[in-house]
Design a protein around this ligand. Structure first.
Ligand code: FES
Length: 97
């Protein structure tokens, strides 16, 4: 999907895969893959503010817990979809149903 080295520590990149935009996070040595679109309205979370293991939406400042997708701060109420991620041969992969 994307080379692990392309996603710097404590950073997030948007990747187009399987017909959707995904956010690939690199946090504390682990990789996480979620939908890139905020569950509140139209906004790209990869343009948001990553702090520790939370991402703040750039549009209305809603906050999600990245590893679980749990909404942490209004106005977001719906969880973010999280896909199981792994690194193989230097590439980040996610199980997209
Ligand atoms: Fe993300 Fe509103 S679009 S909080």
């Amino acid at each position: 999907m994307i080379a692990a080295a392309e996603v710097e520590e404590d950073d997030v990149l948007c990747v187009r895969a399987c017909g959707r935009n995904l956010a690939v996070f690199h946090i504390d040595g682990d990789y996480h893959v979620t939908d890139d679109r905020c569950t509140h309205e139209e906004a790209s979370l990869s343009d948001g503010y990553l702090q520790d293991d939370t991402i703040e939406c750039p549009r209305h400042q809603g906050v999600f817990h990245v590893p679980s997708g749990k909404p942490m701060a209004a106005p977001v109420t719906q969880p973010l979809r999280v896909y199981p991620a792994r690194v193989e041969d230097g590439q980040v992969w996610a199980d997209i149903p």
